[in-house]
Ligand binder design. Sequence first.
Ligand SMILES: C[S@@+](CC[C@H](N)C(=O)[O-])C[C@H]1O[C@@H](n2cnc3c(N)ncnc32)[C@H](O)[C@@H]1O
Length: 371
Amino acid sequence: MTDPTLALRERMARELAERGLARSERWQRAFRRVPRHRFVPRFYEADGTMIDLETMENPERGLARVYRADEPLVVGWDGRTGNATASSSAPAIMAAMLDRLELEPGHRVLEVGTGTGYGAALLAEVAGPDRVTTVDVDRRLVAEARARLDALGYRVTVECADGFGGWPTGAPYDRVIATCMAPRVPRAWVEQAPGGLIVAVVVQMMAVLRVGADGRAQGRFSHHTMWFMQDRRHAPAQVTETEARAAMAGGHRRRARVPLRQIMGGEIVPAFWDLFKLFHLPYSFEFAPAKGQVGIVARDDRSWVLLEDDEEGGWVTQGGRRRLWDEAEGLYLRLLEAGAPGRDRFGLTVRPDGGQVVWLDHPESGYRWEL
Ligand SMILES: C[S@@+](CC[C@H](N)C(=O)[O-])C[C@H]1O[C@@H](n2cnc3c(N)ncnc32)[C@H](O)[C@@H]1O
């Protein structure tokens, strides 16, 4: 009997090609060849119900989901906060990242965030055997991914480590790909990929950075907005709604300087939210305390803002160490003054001293933000 997932894989690979996400035959072939269902035999629904493809009577519907290009599949869950801790990212997002990696057969590549092992298998399809090293902080995921990769004959090094330190034992690498969100680009990735290329999600944007002979990594952000699983070693603790409500006491109330709807809609300055998060709010909790209200709490220092919409542009109440919305409006007005540029006009330089600067159009631009 032919494998029923072959047709599903074929269809997904074709879709990724048609949408311009996996542009090269190399990646289309990898998506056709790697059986994602073997890496995600079990996953969770949004309500926490587990789907087990191996014990289900009719796995067809589950398999169809596994091979949907836009379907991230949750494989780890934090019972306290109700947040996902690990997932197999949506193939569409993975393709967008892999496509920018300029990976060639024989390249040595480090993947940060092994998860299920699916991404490592895709990388191994192109780079070849014994060329891929992948690290994850989660011991259980590492053991499972290693077993799955072994069973399918992929020769990949799978290690349990904090990927923000890279994996020095396997260095130097030609390529580094990070599949968990980083608030900044760790110095180790740059040091371990001399002359190489780094593709990483920095807060909510994908950065493609080339490492120069001077030890500097530099490149552009892509036009995509990315939502990625946060790192699990460096991120401040999650905030629950009860904690957020408790943090939001007192504060200073004023009229919004820029109509809230204009900022919240995001149409006029499309890069605003991603840059605001990158500069001021990499870790936040957002919720609706009441109808017409948005509450935002910074998870690091619990600075907070409450936004209340009305016909005159809205009200802003802020509290905590920083004035989050003063920062937001200041950035918004500056981006408006710069002509509301799109994400892909921004770039990032990581200096050898570890300093990082975001710039508009070119590294010496007058529009620069030190991170
Ligand atoms: C979106 S998942 C990765 C998906 C994976 N590439 C795949 O193909 O299934 C993110 C992973 O990053 C891992 N992670 C989080 N923080 C990390 C860190 N500091 N170092 C290494 N891995 C980390 C998580 O445990 C999680 O498995």
